[in-house]
Write a protein that binds this ligand. Structure first.
Ligand SMILES: *Cc1c(COP(=O)(O)O)cnc(C)c1O
Length: 439
């Protein structure tokens, strides 16, 4: 077992995060509860930013807010000097509600609607990452209607797909995202963008995957893109001001994961970009990266209360908690693995191996298989680690379960930043079909 950030066992023998005893958090806010270690988020953000600053490289570190988008989190990203990626009108609205500086907002997505593009233009956000020809034409048309210019990047698929422990080189990438670099689509998009009166093409973007533990994929992507940029410079006199290499930096969910430090990714990326730029006698572009998971993932812990048990003799012991796939769908969706402890008695000896079930009506609603754990009593508190990314942001109301609240902890203080949903919230959008006459 390892602890992330400020998490530790305190003198009361309880799990403590951000200087706050988790059993006190449960008393105050109930369960399930998402707890975020604010100082760890700051540390992660600085881990990416510092290396660029130290090496004097022009850069933007954009938080991919789809990993965890709330007003408080976006305020925190602003405090840390990050830029921000949004992928929908709803995420953009959240950023605006948090008063995030619009010039540092980047808009992604493979099917942005006219309304979303108009919203982005209304707020005059920093840059739109154009994904496809449909969007390129639509955006150009809307800009012409409004006589308004906008900065864009072109999303390209360099033919590299990075996976957790390997990467795949493909000639023509079978992906729903971006312009293919190899088959000429990207060059065609480039010409269209350059011919537009309204689109200011800053450069190119790629995002090669998620939960990546090596630098190789990023360096290969940079190399492939540079060889095209060189061609485009010769052919179209286009010089890229920005090279955005996306996100996907891996984190430690369980002791089996061995992530490398942010500084190493950044250092190697900078070295490669410098090398490529000088090899092709091109000027050094600004480097943008887009970490999501790696900024918030290990800062999040979910606290649950333990309820029912079921023993299948000689097979397994199921222990159920008061949440599940409604607050963390990743195990059901991706067979994602997590570690957990009993927050109220983590020092007691491990006595059994149990499997943690959610409370949703789905056999697949299992949070953890085969977890070594202390002997549990009902009302014990289970702390599942590393739930900060794609947990709350993918939470849902399956079985009409209200979504849990979110608490930020730092320096011994807890701040409620998302309220617990109520049953009233659950039926708020419902309208009656049968009008009942009140007598
Ligand atoms: C999802 C996404 C990211 C962030 O990915 P993580 O794995 O959370 O770091 C960055 N850029 C783009 C374009 C994305 O779609």
């Amino acid at each position: 077992m390892f602890f992330h950030g400020s998490s530790k066992i305190n003198e009361r023998g309880h799990l403590e995060i951000g200087g706050v005893d988790t059993t006190d958090l449960v008393k105050e806010f109930g369960t399930p509860l998402y707890v975020y270690d604010v100082s760890l988020i700051r540390e992660r953000a600085r881990g990416f930013k510092q290396t660029f600053d130290q090496l004097g490289i022009k850069a933007q570190v954009a938080y991919a807010s789809k990993a965890f988008s709330t007003i408080a989190m976006i305020q925190l990203a602003e405090e840390e000097g990050l830029s921000l990626d949004v992928v929908s009108g709803g995420e953009l609205y959240t950023a605006i509600a948090a008063e995030f500086p619009v010039e540092r907002i980047h808009f992604h997505g493979n099917n942005k609607s006219r309304e979303e593009l108009e919203m982005a233009l209304n707020y005059q956000i920093g840059c739109i990452v154009v994904d496809n020809f449909y969007e390129l034409e639509l955006l150009d048309t809307i800009c012409a209607e409004r006589n308004q210019s906008v900065s864009i990047l072109l999303r390209v698929t360099p033919g590299i797909e990075a996976h957790t422990h390997d990467y795949i080189l493909t000639g023509q990438e079978d992906s729903k995202f971006g312009f293919d670099l190899q088959n000429g689509q990207a060059a065609e998009a480039l010409q269209k963008a350059m011919n537009s009166e309204y689109l200011d093409l800053l450069g190119v973007h790629c995002h090669i995957g998620s939960q990546i533990f090596e630098t190789t994929g990023f360096l290969l992507a940079a190399r492939k893109i540079f060889s095209k940029l060189h061609e485009w410079k010769e052919t179209y006199s286009f010089e890229s001001k920005v090279l955005n290499l996306g996100g996907g930096f891996g984190i430690r969910y369980t002791s089996e994961d061995e992530p490398i430090p942010a500084s190493q990714y950044v250092k190697e990326i900078i070295e490669e970009v410098k090398k490529q730029a000088s090899a092709f006698s091109m000027s050094m572009p600004e480097i943008w990266i887009e970490p999501g998971r790696s900024l918030v993932g290990d800062a999040g812990t979910t606290l649950y209360k333990i309820g029912s048990k079921k023993d299948v003799p000689n097979v397994r012991k199921y222990i159920a908690v008061d949440g599940g796939m409604s607050d963390n769908i990743r195990p059901a969706l991706y067979e994602a693995k997590y570690e957990a402890i009993l927050a109220n008695k983590p020092l007691q000896p491990i006595e059994e191996t149990v499997s943690i079930a959610g409370k949703c009506c789905e056999s697949g609603d299992m949070l953890i298989w085969d977890l070594p754990l202390q002997k549990t009593d009902s009302d014990d508190i289970l702390a599942v680690f590393c739930t900060g990314a794609y947990g709350y942001s993918m939470a849902n109301n399956y079985n009409r379960i209200p979504r849990p609240p979110v608490v930020f902890v730092e320096n011994g203080k807890a701040v409620l930043v998302v309220r617990r949903e109520t049953f009233e919230d659950i039926v708020k959008q419902d309208l009656p079909f049968v009008q009942r006459v009140k007598s």
